[in-house]
Design a binder for this molecule. Sequence first.
Ligand SMILES: Nc1ncnc2c1ncn2[C@@H]1O[C@H](COP(=O)(O)OP(=O)(O)O)[C@@H](O)[C@H]1O
Ligand SMILES: [Mg+2]
Length: 231
Amino acid sequence: MESWIVETRGLKKYYQLGDHTVKALDGVDFCVREQEFVAIIGKSGSGKSTLLHMIGGLDVPTGGEVYVDGKNLGKMNKEQLAVFRRRKAGFVFQSYNLVPDLNVYENVVLPIELDGRRIDKPFVDEILDLLQLDGKREALPGTLSGGQQQRTAIARAIAAKPAIILADELTGNLDTATSHDVMGLLKIVAREFQQTIILITHDNDVAQMADRIVHIEDGLIVKERDTYAGK
Ligand SMILES: Nc1ncnc2c1ncn2[C@@H]1O[C@H](COP(=O)(O)OP(=O)(O)O)[C@@H](O)[C@H]1O
Ligand SMILES: [Mg+2]
């Protein structure tokens, strides 16, 4: 039997707006293998972010289940979910949410410190190196380019050693060349550290870097295919 790191079964998220029901997700069965890199594409409003939020335990479904590493998120209490989010899932959103008063290194290790864990300095150094931020360790976010800020946010997500990286339109604010560089680096770093990536993107070239592309339409997976990169 195949072992999945992420599995959703009949996942639904309905919003009731007056007498109108918005079916953000309408019965999604979605599986991701350990260390797989999956790209999710689909029109605005098709349910991509909702799916990512459910997998990361940021939001609660109205139907169906989410399993991560064999654990049913719906069976976790608030505390267990908070620990799950801190340790298993690394989020990278379009807004970088870097702390302006902390330098690059301090931003990257902040979640580890908040979680009360020991910082694996050689590991953090390696990530900064791979993401080409080693010369910017002392720099404050305000002095960085968009690409450097984005790479800092990626470094922060990876440094906490999550099993899964969840990225929502992460290159949306960057020019095409920079976003392709950032994606290439994310892929290399995730491979190196055996992390799984689930990434939402509008950019077909970025999607082609993934092992598999999943198309979402109106809250449903309508098409899936392996890419050449995934073969
Ligand atoms: N809090 C909410 N209340 C009502 N409708 C919502 C809410 N969040 C998302 N939706 C709706 O759910 C659908 C899917 O949204 P979303 O997952 O954000 O789409 P995508 O990320 O693909 O653009 C959209 O129709 C959106 O308007
Ligand atoms: Mg979205």
